[in-house]
Design a protein around this ligand. Structure first.
Ligand code: TRP
Length: 367
């Protein structure tokens, strides 16, 4: 203990998109390469994904590879980061079962993220799977099993961290200091927190078709930007003054472009400020802005695509990477489980010391 350990994770329910990139993946790579952490772990949370996809396990099975390919293509390095699969870590299941006794159903009912998800998935009418209702407890098991000190997540995950911290505190109070108290690390700014969909809707979402995926072809990216990207509906003539607020082209430029990109692709301006001023004044058309944005996005996406192509041609190695990562994680999480069982004094079969205790108990009872 006393180490700096990161754990984070994703549900493997689909390919990752630019929203994931600016909101978390980019940060993970920076953290990985910062050298400030003793261990970095990424959990592919397939068990958690099953809590609302029990009728469609094939979807989860298929998306494990998509998610791992997304990790590897953005620069997650398996030599520095352990990538592992949740369902293959039996210690997490055992920990979850013990932690369920550290929470009340009333407390679980108050989790705002779970509440919102219950609404979104129609579980309020259809019936709520018990596994889904308790997944924050399983997430507490994920986090504590790795002795994580830092958990980089989106804002929507803050209730999970709060729940985890409560479980840790309660467990440590009852059984003695055993579990590490983790902290959330959330995105630094608004752009990272929520990259809107190309249509301007609050979030990228598969069902809305407003995503740009990391695995999209250049042609698809171009189509999404030129064909679907929301700009300023009042900006009818190029000479009209334009609005920046809510204009997705500029939101994306805020997230992705550098001064360097201007020198390379749009030398009329030194930086984004100058470009924005011109747009607001009038005289700068959406077509020019979109063309620039496509170039900017391709600066990020081309190397990701190239890296992805390499891994796609070698899926055997991808398999080995998650198998090895999972083997390491099995060891680590089993150690934590052993520590927990010891603290709870349910480690009956570690040695035979309980035989002496039982004999003593029986002897006393006869006196
Ligand atoms: N709940 C997270 C999400 O939906 C995924 C997740 C599962 C996770 N276990 C985790 C995140 C542990 C951080 C730590 O994105």
């Amino acid at each position: 203990m006393g180490k700096n350990i990161i754990l984070t994770g994703d549900r493997p329910t689909g390919r990752l998109h630019l929203g994931h990139y600016v909101g978390s993946l980019k940060r993970r790579v920076e953290l990985q390469n910062s050298g400030e952490y003793d261990e970095i772990n990424i959990l592919i949370a397939d068990d958690q994904a099953l809590t609302d996809n029990a009728d469609n396990p094939g979807k989860i099975r298929d998306n494990i590879v998509n998610v791992v390919l997304d990790y590897l293509s953005v620069g997650i390095d398996p030599a520095k980061t352990t990538i592992c699969v949740q369902s293959a870590l039996p210690a997490l299941h055992a920990l979850t079962f013990y932690y369920l006794n550290m929470v009340t159903t009333a407390r679980l009912s108050r989790n705002p993220t779970v509440k919102a998800e219950i609404q979104m998935r129609g579980f309020a009418d259809e019936g709520l799977p018990a596994g889904f209702f308790v997944y924050p407890v399983s997430q507490a098991a994920d986090i504590t099993a790795f002795d994580a000190t830092v958990v980089p997540v989106g804002e929507d995950q803050l209730p999970m961290l709060e729940q985890t911290r409560e479980i840790v505190e309660r467990f440590n109070k009852i059984y003695g200091k055993t579990l590490v108290l983790p902290k959330a690390m959330i995105p630094e700014n608004e752009t990272q927190r929520r990259l809107p969909g190309v249509d301007g809707k609050a979030k990228m979402s598969k069902s809305l078709g407003n995503c740009i995926y990391l695995s999209d072809t250049a042609k698809t990216v171009k189509k999404q930007v030129n064909g679907k990207m929301f700009t300023d509906p009042q900006h009818l003539q190029i000479s009209d003054p334009g609005h920046i607020e809510g204009n997705v082209v500029f939101t994306y430029l805020d997230a992705f472009c550098t001064d360097d990109d201007f020198a390379r692709f749009l030398p009329d301006y030194k930086n984004l400020e100058e470009m924005k001023e011109h747009y607001m004044r009038g005289g700068l058309g959406d077509g020019v802005c979109k063309k620039f944005l496509i170039n900017v996005l391709e600066e990020t996406l081309t190397p990701i695509r190239d890296e992805r192509a390499k891994w796609e041609a070698d899926i055997d190695s991808v398999y080995d990477i998650i198998q090895e990562g999972t083997a390491r994680a099995i060891e680590k999480t089993n150690e934590t489980l052993a520590r927990v069982r010891k603290a709870m004094r349910i480690d009956y079969f570690e040695d035979r010391s309980i035989v002496g205790e039982w004999n003593e108990l029986l002897r006393k009872a006869k006196q």
